[in-house]
Design a protein around this ligand. Sequence first.
Ligand SMILES: *[C@@H]1O[C@H](CO)[C@@H](O)[C@H](O)[C@H]1NC(C)=O
Ligand SMILES: *[C@@H]1O[C@H](CO)[C@@H](O)[C@H](O)[C@H]1NC(C)=O
Ligand SMILES: *[C@@H]1O[C@H](CO)[C@@H](O)[C@H](O)[C@H]1NC(C)=O
Ligand SMILES: *[C@@H]1O[C@H](CO)[C@@H](O)[C@H](O)[C@H]1NC(C)=O
Length: 765
Amino acid sequence: MDDFDTGRFRFCVLLLFLCGIAGAVKREDQLLLPIVDDRGGNSNGLQTFIVNVEEPEAVELLSSRKLKQWHESFLPNATLDSGEPRLIYSYRHAISGFAAKLTQEEVKAMEAMEGFVYARPETTMRIETTYTPQFLEISKMGGAWDSGNMGEGVIIGVIDTGIAADHYSFSDDGMPLPPAKFRGSCTPKSKVTCNNKIIGARGFHYGPDTAVDENGHGTHVASIAAGNFYDRADVFGMAAGTASGMAPRAHLSIYKVCYTVQSRTQTPSVDCRDSDILSGIDRAIIDEVDIIHMSLGANTTPPFYQDAVVHGSLSALRRGISAVASAGNNGPDHLTLSHDAPWVLTVGASSTDRRIRATVKLGNGMELDGESAYQPTSFDSSVMLPIVYGLFCNDSSKMNQISGKIVLCELGDIKNIEKGKLILQAQGAAMILMNPVPRGYTTSSDAHVLPASSLSYNDSIKVIRYYTTVGASATATIVFKGTVFNSRPSPAVASFSSRGPGTRNGGILKPDVVAPGVNILGAWPFEVGPGAATPSQSAFNFLSGTSMAAPHVSGITALIRKQHPRWSPSAIQSAIITSADDRDLDGNYPVDEHFGGTADVVAVGAGQVNGSRALDPGLVYEIDVGIYPAYLCSLGYTNRELKILWGKGVICHHQQHVDASQLNYPSITIDYRRTRGVISVKRTVKNVAAGGAEHYRARITIPPGVTMALSTNALHFSRPDEEQSYHVTFAIDPAASPTLPFSRGKLEWVSAQHLVTTPIAVYWP
Ligand SMILES: *[C@@H]1O[C@H](CO)[C@@H](O)[C@H](O)[C@H]1NC(C)=O
Ligand SMILES: *[C@@H]1O[C@H](CO)[C@@H](O)[C@H](O)[C@H]1NC(C)=O
Ligand SMILES: *[C@@H]1O[C@H](CO)[C@@H](O)[C@H](O)[C@H]1NC(C)=O
Ligand SMILES: *[C@@H]1O[C@H](CO)[C@@H](O)[C@H](O)[C@H]1NC(C)=O
C-alpha cells in the first residue's frame, strides 16, 4: 500500500539511495534473464513462485478445471508432504501461468518441460473528501458532475486492503443496479455484504479469504474514488462538510490482496503479495470491471514482467480495462517512481490549499504555522510550556520528566500518532513534530491523541535555533486555528511523492499527472483519536500518500468512461494528461514542497488533473495496444521476455522496434542520456470533439537547451474521429547549456473551444 508512512521514513530514505543507484545501473540493461530467477533463493526451502507458461490452445474455451490441470502438469506432484496443495492460484487473464509452492530444485526441473517459460519467487508490495471534489472543481456548476455525470454504471475495481462496506460512504442511496455485464459478487468467504455501491468483494490470501478491511487504507482509497455522499463528514470537527468520492455514482468491486503481517520484533506491516495481486487482477478482469485501481507500491522497480501491477495492467488493457496506479511515496529523490509502463496511468501527489492549522508560538514571540487534526478546546494556549528536546519520541523509557512539557520530536521510526501516544502516557502536555530535510514543507494533519503540531523543515529549524539559543528556559505553546483555505503555493508537489524519470520505460515522462494526496479526508472504519480501534460507520480520517492521489484519477476516469463509453483506455489517459493544469492557482509552475522551488517536470508530469477539462479534451493521442510488443522489443526485451508479457506469436524482428519516443504518447520526451543529435518524433491526434469541424493552431514553449521545429502550425479537422499527424524535430541548441538535468516545454494545440497541451520533457546526461 502506498500511503505515506512516516514511521518508515528514515528506512525509506536509506533504501532509496540504494534504489536510485541500482536504477541508474539498470538503465543500461542488460535484460539478461535466467530462466529461473533465483534472487534471494533459499535453496532448500519452499517458496511461492510465479510461474509463466505458454497458453494452451483455445484457452478461452477451457474450463477452469482444465486450465488448472494444465498448470498442475508442471508440478512435481499435487501436494506437499504436509498435505497442503502446491498450486495456490491458476491464472487465466492476468498472466499465463500460476503461483505454487516449490523449491529452487523443483523449479529447475520444470525448465525442461515443454511449455515452461519463466519462473520467479514472488515479491511483495506495500501500502502503508470532503474537500477534493471542490478543490478540483468537479462539483462546481459546469464542472464534471454537471450534466448528471457522476460515473453512473461504471465499475471501479479496487485492489487494496479490502473494505469496511457498512461505512456510510458506501451506502447505496441513489445508486443504480449493478450493470448486467458484471460477473462478480460478494463471496461468502469475503464476509462482506454487497449492495448497489459495493457490488463485489473477494479476498485473496494464498486462496479465498475475507475482504473486510482491518487496516483502513482500502476503505479510504475506495471512498476517494467512488464514495457516496455523506453530509456530516469531519475529523474532530475539522474539514467538516459533505464527503464524496470523485465518481459518487460509480460502483465498487473490492479485491483484498493486502494483509497485516504481525511480527514479534517490529510493528506490524501490511504486505501485498504478487500471487495475491495477480489473482485480484485476474478476477477483476473476469468480473468485467472498467477500471483497475492499484495504490500499491514497491521499493524497487523491476522489469515489466516482474511487476505484478504492470504485467496485470497490460493484460487488463488488452481487454479494454483502464489501469491507474500510485507513483509511490519514495520522494523526494529522482528515479524513485514505480509502475512507469505507458499503459498504466501513474499518479503523483500534490497538496491542496487547505490546512488544519495548529500554530506553534515560541517564547520569543515567533509564530510558526503547522498542522494537526486534533484541536482540543480544553487546551489553554495562553500558558507557555517548557520545551523538551533531544528525544526520538519512540522510547517511553527515555521520557523522564516531561510531565506538563511540550516535546520536540523528529519524524521517523514509528508513526507520528504513536509518538503522541507515548508522550501522553509519560504525561507530556503537547508535541511538536519536526520535518527532516527531505520532508520539506509537506506537513500532516494527523488525528493525534494530544495537542500537537506538524512543522515544515524551515520552521523546525527555527524552533531548534530558538531552543539552542535560550536553552532550558525555552517555552512554547500551540494555538489552534481550525480549517483554513487559500494556502499558497497550491497545488504543490508533496515532498514524499516519487519522482521520475522512470527507469524501465525508455524515457516516457512519468508521473503522468499529480492529484491531491496530502491530508486527504476519506472514509475510515475506526474512530480516530484516543478510541482509535473502535469500529465506526461514520468516521473519517486524513491520510497522505500517492495512494490518496491515484483514486482521484480513477474517479475521473470513471466520469470519462461514463461520458464517452466508446473511448479506449489510451484515449482516456490522453484526455487526462493533455488537460492537466501545468500552472498552480497563481499561474506559476507548481512548487516542489521538498525544497520550495519550482518542481521538475519529472516530479509533476503534465500537472494537476483537471476533471472538467478531461471530459472534453478536443483531441486525443491513441495508442493501438498491438504496438506494445514492438515497443517492448525496442526496450531490449528478449523473445522469451516478450512471451511472458504478451504470449505466443510475437517475435522481436529488427524492423519491428518502436522506440519509446515514437509511441503515440500524450507527452513527448527527448532523452539525450540515450542518444544525441537531431530527434524527430511523430504524433497523431484524433478529433473527439462533439462539434466535428475544428481548427487548431500550434503554440510552442521550447524547452531550454534545444531547438524545436514543427512540421505544421495548424491542424484542420472537418469531422469527428478524423486523425491528423505532425512531426516535431528537436536538436541540441549549441548556444544554450542547460544546468538542470531536466528541462520542460510544451506544445499546445489551441482552438476556439479547446486547449490540448502536450508536455515536453528533455532529459540531459
Ligand atoms: C512430492 O514430491 C516431492 C519431491 O518432488 C517428494 O519429496 C514428496 O514426498 C512428494 N509428495 C507426495 C505427497 O507424494
Ligand atoms: C480546470 O480548467 C478550467 C478551464 O481552463 C479552469 O477554469 C479551472 O479553474 C480548472 N480547474 C482547476 C481545479 O484548476
Ligand atoms: C528510536 O528511533 C531511533 C532512530 O531511528 C532508533 O535508533 C532507536 O533504536 C529507536 N528506539 C526504539 C526503542 O525503538
Ligand atoms: C527556507 O529556509 C531557507 C534557508 O534559510 C531560505 O532560503 C528559504 O527561502 C526558506 N523558504 C521558505 C519558503 O521560507
